[in-house]
Each structure stands twice: as structure tokens, then as C-alpha cells.
Design a protein around this ligand. Structure first.
Ligand SMILES: Nc1nc2c(ncn2[C@@H]2O[C@H](COP(=O)(O)OP(=O)(O)OP(=O)(O)O)[C@@H](O)[C@H]2O)c(=O)[nH]1
Ligand SMILES: [Mg+2]
Length: 305
């Protein structure tokens, strides 16, 4: 396949095409993954999460330029929380990351529509495409809320949580976000009022709940404060995490296998709901001719056979 050899060369068009296949074409996607799977699992995955508007895209844009100076060329996948058609966030992310795109970084938004299993499937497989095209690390931007956040922590080797003083987050809400402990916490928009207080509060709180070496940094994408420090910290962490990457990969593959099995079963169940046998048992239960436990057992056996 020409696509595969172009991917290996890191050709942008091939990457774009491969990710589109992954997002939109299940059977073609299967064929593609079969070809590239063996070579996957080697790049460090950096997950950058935090509330909407915290400055994640702006921060990634500036940080990528600093990483470049350190000899590192990442690719970026921004998970778009809005619908695929609205385009708002996609455009926003693109505009904010324009400098880093110019520097040779590959940036792509992927939609977070559909079932949660489908989200992680396209993230994981898009990562594989970027790994095959020799990008390392791969940065994933996602809104820190709900399902996607949990999935990101199952995928990322390094997790970065971004806050800022102007999202109206009190230290209470931030504490809630901090329970999913990241490797680096960032108080962004340090050029704005309240950043220092927030930084002190986050540091105090992290110090009180964790004995590990967790980094808290203050950054501003307007004044560039803290950006090079952040990039250096990422470089150090990449080196460290590479030592445990194999183990982490095994864990990630187990999560993935389970996700796929659950998803396959779920798809069968969705199909079941307009199935005659299902209807028959449903009626039996609703007319109290059969109890729901026995009926569910019978249906389950039909699904998993
Ligand atoms: N004052 C100030 N504004 C910033 C800073 N970083 C980002 N912003 C602004 O904050 C707004 C949101 O920035 P984004 O980078 O789009 O934030 P995001 O977290 O990627 O947003 P979503 O992807 O929509 O969740 C924009 O108007 C940025 O210009 C900063 O360091 N200081
Ligand atoms: Mg963004």
C-alpha cells in the first residue's frame, strides 16, 4: 500500500488520510491498523488536560516551539469536545497553534462524538499512525471533564493538568480535579491577577496529598513566563518515562482489549433491541410470564455465543 510507505516517510497528506480513515471507515481502519500495529507503542504520550479556556492550545503552541529548540518534534492531537460539524473549537485550536504548525509540528483535531469506546478507539489508532510517521512525543489536548479525561489518563505516559485564575475555579473545584493526580500541574495566565495565590494554593494542596515529586509551574503564553521551564521538565520526564514505557504499554493494551470487547458486546446489545427474540422475552417479562433474571440470562447467552 502506497499509503503505508508514505506514512513511514512522515508525509503529511498520508497522515491526514490515515487519520480520516480511522475516524470514518471501520473496515479500512482495521486493515490499516493490522499493518502498523507491530511498530506502535514506542512514542511517549503527553496528555494535556484542564477546563475549557484554561489556555491548553495556547500553551501547547508555545511549548512546541521550545521543545523544538531542545531537538524534539511532537505531533498534537486535539480532541474536539463539540460536535464534528460546528467547527468552532477546531478552528480555535488551529488558530492558537498556528506558530507551532509552521515549525513542522503535525496538528490534528479529532472529534469526540459517539460512544466513549469509539473516542478511545480513534485516539489510540490515531496515535499509532503518528508513531508510524515517527513523531515522538505525541501531545493530546483534551478538556478535563468526564469520560474523555479518564480515558486520557489510561493512554498518557505523562499527564499535565492546566488551571488558570480566571475560569472562576475556586480551590475547591481545583482540588476535585487534582484527585486524578497528574505529573505536572500548571497555573496558566500568570500575567493575570490571582495567579500567584492560585499557584501557592495548588502547591500547598499538592504538598499535602502527595509525597511524590510532582511539579507545579506558573506559565503565561502572553509573557512566555515558565514556558521554557515547562519544556525542559517535559524533556526530563520523557527520558524518565521511557524506562517504564514497556510496562505502561502492557497496561494500556490491556485497557484497550477490554474496551474493544465491551464495545463489541455493546454493539450486539444495541442490535438486540430491535430483534424478535429480544422482543419475545421482553413481552414475557412485561406480562410477568417470566422473571427478568431468567430472561436476561437467556438473552445474554444468545449474545455471547
Ligand atoms: N492573559 C492570558 N490569556 C491567555 C493565556 N493563555 C491563553 N490565553 C487566552 O485564553 C483563551 C483560551 O485559550 P485557549 O488556548 O484556546 O484555551 P484552551 O484551554 O485550549 O481552550 P479549549 O480548547 O476551548 O478548551 C484565549 O483567548 C487565549 O488567548 C495567558 O497565559 N494569559
Ligand atoms: Mg484548545
Amino acid at each position: 500500500m502506497e499509503l503505508i510507505s508514505d506514512l513511514k516517510k512522515g508525509k503529511r497528506q498520508a497522515i491526514a488520510k490515515a487519520i480520516s480513515i480511522i475516524e470514518n471507515n471501520k473496515s479500512e481502519s482495521k486493515k490499516l491498523i493490522k499493518k502498523i500495529f507491530k511498530e506502535s507503542g514506542n512514542s511517549i504520550i503527553i496528555g494535556i488536560t484542564g477546563p475549557a479556556g484554561a489556555g491548553k492550545s495556547s500553551l501547547i503552541n508555545k511549548t512546541v516551539l521550545e521543545l523544538k529548540k531542545l531537538g524534539i518534534t511532537p505531533a498534537v492531537l486535539a480532541i474536539d469536545p463539540t460536535s464534528h460539524v460546528s467547527g468552532g473549537a477546531i478552528l480555535g485550536d488551529r488558530v492558537r497553534m498556528i506558530e507551532s504548525t509552521d515549525s513542522g509540528t503535525y496538528i490534528r483535531s479529532i472529534a469526540s462524538r459517539g460512544a466513549s469506546g469509539a473516542i478511545s478507539r480513534s485516539i489510540r489508532n490515531s496515535i499509532r499512525v503518528l508513531e508510524y510517521a515517527n513523531f515522538d512525543p505525541i501531545i493530546i489536548e483534551s478538556i478535563g471533564a468526564g469520560q474523555t479525561e479518564i480515558e486520557i489518563s489510561n493512554i498518557a505516559d505523562i499527564t499535565v493538568v492546566v488551571f488558570n485564575p480566571h475560569t472562576g475555579d475556586s480551590i475547591q473545584t481545583i482540588k476535585a480535579g487534582l484527585t486524578e493526580i497528574g505529573d505536572i500541574y500548571i497555573v496558566n495566565k500568570s500575567d493575570l491577577d490571582g495567579a500567584s495565590q492560585l499557584y501557592d494554593a495548588v502547591q500547598d494542596y499538592i504538598g499535602s496529598v502527595s509525597s511524590d515529586k510532582i511539579t507545579v509551574l506558573k506559565t503565561s503564553t502572553k509573557t512566555n513566563e515558565g514556558i521554557s521551564k515547562f519544556a525542559k521538565k517535559l524533556k526530563d520526564l520523557m527520558k524518565e518515562k521511557r524506562k517504564t514505557k514497556k510496562e505502561k504499554e502492557k497496561q494500556c493494551l490491556e485497557f484497550e482489549l477490554r474496551d474493544i470487547i465491551l464495545n463489541n458486546i455493546k454493539e450486539k446489545i444495541d442490535f438486540m433491541s430491535d430483534n424478535k427474540i429480544y422482543d419475545k422475552y421482553l413481552k414475557l417479562v412485561q406480562t410477568k410470564k417470566m422473571n427478568p433474571i431468567d430472561a436476561a440470562d437467556k438473552i445474554s447467552k444468545l449474545i455471547i455465543k
